[in-house]
Design a protein around this ligand. Structure first.
Ligand SMILES: Nc1ncnc2c1ncn2[C@@H]1O[C@H](COP(=O)(O)OP(=O)(O)O)[C@@H](O)[C@H]1O
Ligand SMILES: [Mg+2]
Length: 267
């Protein structure tokens, strides 16, 4: 049972600026079909990295945004009722396993642990996926690989991956890129000049130092790209920074003042 995977191929090279040796390490991991875990804060480049890798390897990419209402059936598939009776419909994980796609489970901790365990038999040397309701054992296509993303900041006792899940993956740490690389990314993605991008990154670095001192998360690369995009349309840098960098991350008046002050220091 194969299907048209055309929609899952990434046709144009995504812009991805490597920050260390993550591309080489991932390619090595893929060559032995090691399941991979990308760890890091939101908005630091994990999804862009996966898109780039899928393009570079020439493999289809099937992405699932995980959430706590997700069930194992949402991943593996279910019987649907239609005019002709019931018919089985593969879920995204099954489609990927049958057809040799890269399956990206984004923010996997959001899913309940009883949902996440369905990936276990796919992530050891069996590489199989039992479709219990259908009575079928799917043997993964040789090109199939599983990759998950994981934000360690959201980790809590209630919400974490089981050790038995974690230990099935190789892991790459992601973080906000170092200053000059982040400037390059923000300038490229938003269209602002380097000096404006440099100022935006400097504001973010101030805010990142406040993480844990009243801020849960720092200003991400994604937010800097948003701010830059507003500036590129003609919005003033201070207004753009307030809208895209400061207001979204805090409602605390003192923290807003502190961040607004950082904005006026640089612009
Ligand atoms: N290394 C990078 N190369 C290119 N763009 C990047 C990079 N890191 C971050 N970005 C930019 O930041 C945005 C957010 O990154 P994303 O991959 O969506 O974050 P995450 O998946 O970690 O939440 C991207 O859309 C891209 O514009
Ligand atoms: Mg993402």
């Amino acid at each position: 049972m194969t299907m048209n995977l055309d929609q899952y191929f990434i046709k144009q090279q995504p812009y991805y600026r490597p920050v260390a040796d993550e591309v080489e390490l991932y390619e090595a991991a893929y060559s032995v079909r090691m399941p991979m875990m990308l760890k890091g804060p939101t908005g630091c480049g994990k999804t862009r990295f996966v898109e780039y890798i899928a393009w570079k390897l020439g493999k289809p990419l099937i992405t699932v945004a995980c959430n706590e209402d997700m069930t194992a059936s949402d991943l593996v598939g279910r019987f649907l009722l239609d005019v002709n009776g019931t018919r089985w419909q593969d879920g995204p994980l099954t489609i990927a396993a049958r057809n040799g796609a890269i399956c990206y489970l984004d923010e996997v901790v959001e899913a309940r642990q009883d949902t996440t365990v369905v990936i276990h038999p796919l992530t050891d040397n069996r590489r199989v996926l039992p479709l219990e309701k259908k009575g079928e054992l799917v043997h993964a296509h040789p090109d199939f690989q599983l990759v998950i993303s994981y934000n360690p900041g959201y980790q809590s006792l209630m919400k974490d991956l089981k050790q038995s899940t974690k230990q099935r993956f190789g892991a790459l740490d992601f973080n906000y890129p170092q200053h000059d690389i982040e400037v390059e990314i923000v300038a490229h993605e938003s269209g602002v000049d380097r000096s404006t991008a440099d100022k935006l990154v400097s504001i973010a670095e101030r805010a990142r130092n406040l993480k844990g001192h009243g801020l849960d998360e720092g200003i991400s690369t994604r937010m800097l790209v948003y701010a830059g995009s507003l500036i590129a349309t003609g919005v003033s840098p201070t207004a753009a920074s307030r809208v895209a960098l400061v207001r979204p991350i805090t409602d605390d008046p003192d923290m807003r003042d502190a961040l607004d002050a950082a904005v006026t220091t640089f612009f």
